[in-house]
Design a protein around this ligand. Structure first.
Ligand code: FAD
Length: 250
């Protein structure tokens, strides 16, 4: 509760920034095998390790870090709140192909002294907390992928109405209309599924959501992102060479 008071308000007001540090250079999908350690010394944990691919890392004041406080496997993990002001934290901006604004970072922790009161939730429950959080985080990514897919469709349609080849607008060519119809069909199907899951998230208790919705939400994330992949490819085909420049097609 103390941590919530201190951190949640300024973060929700966008006065402070926070990031979620799970992935490491040696463990991504396999969350239970992360290696960053937090060893208890009196009233402190001493944190050592590295985290990779951390969205918002370079802009963050707070770091929610999954650490190994116990033995091997999922049961030895706990979640700690680290603060930018704590000595021993180094954040480096990674040079990525895209998503430049998200400040993807490589973060190292060297003997960072963290008060034991900075534990989030309960010691040894970090793995479960991480998994439960994925339900909401994935919902956000599902909505984002669906919206990006629509942008591809809208922009491709606008371009197809304007661009002329072989004496007529692109939209008059059946092969182009097929691409647009295929994109729309998949976007609408994913959107309907998203509405269903959103209703379930709003009407089930947190406990019931955690028990019943994990698998469905993971499948829907795969669905929405695959549809986005298809829409990006088909839109790029409709734009032709114009899809290959950073400046856009307008
Ligand atoms: C832009 C971006 C932002 C990110 N933001 C964050 C963040 O904010 N916080 C954070 O903690 N992490 C973040 N990540 C990391 C992301 O969660 C990991 O990249 C992801 O978990 C996969 O881990 P990995 O890259 O180590 O791949 P690996 O786990 O090494 O997997 C490599 C490939 O093998 C596949 N694979 C793995 N295991 C199996 C298996 N058993 N069977 C079949 N295939 C398998 C994977 O699907 C993947 O395709 C981000 C990543 C990116 C690219």
């Amino acid at each position: 509760e103390e941590l919530k008071k201190k951190v949640a308000k300024p973060v929700f007001r966008a006065e402070k920034f926070i990031c979620l540090c799970i992935t490491e250079p040696w463990a991504g999908s396999d969350v239970a095998n992360i290696r960053t350690t937090a060893k208890r010394e009196g009233d402190y944990f001493i944190v050592n390790g590295a985290k990779k691919w951390i969205t918002n890392g370079v802009w963050s004041d707070y770091f929610t870090v999954l650490c190994r406080t116990g033995g091997e496997g999922a049961k030895g993990l706990s979640m700690l709140l680290l603060e930018k002001t704590m000595p021993g934290i180094e954040v480096r901006h990674m040079k990525c192909m895209g998503m430049w604004a998200s400040g993807t970072s490589y973060i190292t922790f060297e003997d960072v002294k963290v008060p034991t009161s900075n534990i989030i939730g309960k010691e040894g429950k970090g793995f479960l907390q991480t998994m439960y959080n994925f339900n909401h985080e994935r919902w956000g990514l599902i909505a984002q992928a669906n919206r990006f897919s629509r942008v591809c469709l809208e922009e491709a349609l606008t371009y197809a109405l304007k661009r002329r080849t072989f004496g007529k607008p692109l939209i008059k060519h059946q092969a182009i209309r097929m691409k647009l119809a295929e994109m729309a069909r998949k976007i609408e199907a994913s959107h309907s599924w998203m509405e269903l899951v959103t209703y379930q998230l709003q009407t089930m208790s947190k406990k019931e959501q955690n028990l019943k919705l994990g698998g469905t939400i993971a499948l829907l994330k795969a669905q929405s992102t695959k549809v986005f992949e298809l829409c990006a490819r088909e839109a790029a085909q409709i734009f032709g060479g114009a899809s290959y420049v950073r400046g856009g097609v307008r």
